[in-house]
Design a protein around this ligand. Structure first.
Ligand SMILES: NC(=O)c1ccc[n+]([C@@H]2O[C@H](COP(=O)([O-])OP(=O)(O)OC[C@H]3O[C@@H](n4cnc5c(N)ncnc54)[C@H](O)[C@@H]3O)[C@@H](O)[C@H]2O)c1
Ligand SMILES: N[C@@H](CCC=O)C(=O)O
Length: 545
């Protein structure tokens, strides 16, 4: 029996566990960490539901504990990418013809597995593989990923109710077809939830997918694939390859069946992908859908009326949670001169409590950055800042890669508002402050709007409602996610649909109806109940008839 207008369970946000000392949840997570650390995994690619091994194995080590080996992944080649495309195309017909409520069921089950029996495993994998502390792993891999899946299903069913009007004598309807061909999901290292959602969202809408995970997040990607399999996702619907970005891109973007890309990552990579797709446009059967959420240079604008403790907290949490490796991380802040002295005291009070170290010690707020190249880039920037006359280091400015890639939380004060670290995304625990004169708020708002190429997130802190109104208007296009009296991070699925404009992406708002609409190609059908029997309009007929 498949007939019926099905109503999906109402989506609600997965409650976040706090992992307090002595709690049962903390013990279970510690046990999962111990278990994963005691195993040595050997991770194949998963193509058409089969494990595909290669000759080349790459070591996986926690970024905060380089002496420890978690296991290996198998590095793939261009041939594996082609196999993955073939598997996606083979699976397509059965998947797209399955009634949508079965697809919904699979992803709802996956959400319940992630937030239930797999919660500790997926959190532990994210903690070890991507060096996230327990709370950051919890909000990402357990909660945000289940939210993406549950809200995704709800949005999918809302889309299916979007139907046109019908005049008397006809019936019009929209059929929400998947795209013709396969969708390519190209995912970043920093969020397990984003990595899981990028292939899941198009698959939910009936597409089949080739997924290339970031090489530094393959460990947690495999837990996601394990969950999808356990939830009943048929073979070939999502195919995970571990190939280099350029190799994968070369095969995917030369395939006539390439139907769309769901990307999250850096602006630079996205722009190069867009160019390639443009150059290859005549090769494709359809115009590919291009969805990409990219970098940010996210700001905090403290007005003179703001409370210094609120500003200090927004800076410390906004800039240093997950080592500043969130696209939304606060990385530039504008502080009124009248607040600067008090703010220094408030920031110092909070910074002294930050502990830096491995994730296994739950008291460490800051852990390691993702890899050697990120560490080197951050260390290079810190050294440059130390030598420059245009900036000085207020706190931090130290780093060490003996045991892991540790960079201490660093606050820089720039003398010039266009200093390089006010403009460029560094993607690490570094924030640059600019101290402005209190009477120049409007000039500063205009400066914030023009300083960087990005427009992802931004926060204003103020206790003056006229000022809030003015700033919200002045900064209208400078952030896709805008916060009043908060930090600029921590968007929750279903509450603050996430994405930015300008150099920060196509702003298709992950986890919302707006995003899912990109993975469907609508066929509008008109049926006429009593067809006309002659071409002639009634008013053209001769009078004598
Ligand atoms: N706006 C958002 O929602 C959002 C969310 C998370 C991360 N980000 C951004 O992502 C970046 C950090 O993630 P990252 O370091 O994994 O990004 P990245 O651009 O380096 O990598 C993203 C993916 O692209 C692949 N890739 C890299 N070079 C490629 C190439 N030449 N051709 C094809 N594929 C290639 C990588 O292997 C990875 O799978 C930051 O810029 C951050 O702001 C944005
Ligand atoms: N959605 C997350 C950021 C994701 C980017 O890395 C936030 O709002 O902090």
């Amino acid at each position: 029996m498949t007939d019926g207008f099905y109503r999906v369970p109402k989506a609600t946000n997965e409650p976040v566990y706090s992992y307090e000392p002595g709690s049962l949840e903390r013990k279970k997570l510690q046990k999962a960490l111990y278990q994963l650390r005691s195993e040595l995994v050997d991770l194949p690619m998963i193509i058409g539901g089969k494990s595909v091994y290669s000759e080349e194995r790459v070591q996986i080590r926690p970024p905060h504990d380089l002496d420890h080996l978690l296991g290996y992944y198998h590095q793939g080649s261009k041939q594996d990418v082609q196999l993955a495309i073939d598997a996606a195309l083979d699976a397509k017909s059965c998947w797209e013809n399955m009634p949508w409520h079965h697809r919904a069921s699979i992803f709802l089950k996956a959400a319940d597995l992630i937030s239930g029996p797999y919660r500790y495993k997926i959190n532990a994998a994210t903690m070890l593989g991507q060096s996230k502390n327990a709370l950051q792993a919890e909000i990402d891999s357990a909660c945000e990923l289940s939210d993406f899946l549950r809200f995704g299903v709800q949005c999918m069913s809302e889309i299916y109710t979007m139907q046109p009007n019908s005049s008397k004598g006809i019936w019009n309807y929209n059929e929400f077809r998947p795209l013709e061909g396969f969708v390519f999901a190209l995912t970043p290292f920093n969020f397990t939830a984003i990595a899981g959602n990028l292939p899941a969202a198009p698959a939910m809408m009936g597409n089949t997918v080739v997924w290339k995970a970031s090489k530094t997040a393959i460990y947690s990607a495999h837990v996601v694939m394990e969950v999808f399999k356990k939830a009943g996702l048929p073979e070939g619907v999502i195919n995970l390859v571990h190939c280099s970005g350029p190799d994968t891109a070369d095969v995917v973007f030369n395939s006539p069946d390439f139907a769309g890309i769901h990307f999250t990552g850096s602006t630079e990579v996205f722009q190069s992908i867009w160019k390639t797709i443009g150059n290859n446009i005549t090769k494709y059967r359809s115009y590919p859908r291009i969805v990409g959420e990219t970098g940010g240079k996210d700001f905090i604008f403290a007005a003179p009326s703001a409370c210094p403790i609120d500003v200090a907290t927004a800076i410390v949490r906004g800039a240093f949670e997950y080592q500043g490796q969130k696209c939304s991380a606060a990385s530039r802040a504008y502080i009124p001169r009248s607040m600067w002295e008090t703010l220094q005291i408030e920031i110092a009070k909070q910074i002294k409590d930050i502990k830096v170290g491995p994730v296994e010690d739950f008291t460490n707020f800051v852990n390691a950055v993702i890899d050697q190249s990120s560490f080197d880039k951050l260390a290079f920037s810190i050294d440059r800042i130390k030598e420059d006359e245009d900036a000085e280091i207020f706190c931090g400015g130290t780093y060490n890669d003996q045991k892991g890639y540790f960079v201490d939380p660093t606050i820089v004060v720039a003398m010039k508002p266009d200093y390089f670290s006010m403009q460029e995304e560094l993607f690490g625990p570094i924030i640059t402050l600019y101290i402005y004169e209190d009477d120049s708020i409007d000039e500063i708002a205009s400066l914030i709007d023009k300083t960087s190429m990005y427009a992802l997130t931004g926060a204003i802190l103020s206790n003056d409602r006229y000022e809030i109104d003015r700033l919200v208007k002045a900064l209208r296009h400078s952030a896709g996610n805008f916060y009043i009296n908060d930090k600029p991070t921590g968007a929750v699925v279903g509450q603050q649909p996430f994405g930015g404009g300008r150099g920060s992406g196509t702003n298709d708002k992950a986890g919302s109806v707006f995003n899912l609409l990109r993975w469907t190609s609508i066929r509008t059908i008109k049926e006429t109940f009593v067809p006309a029997t002659h071409f002639m309009y009634p008013n053209f007929k001769p009078d004598f008839e």
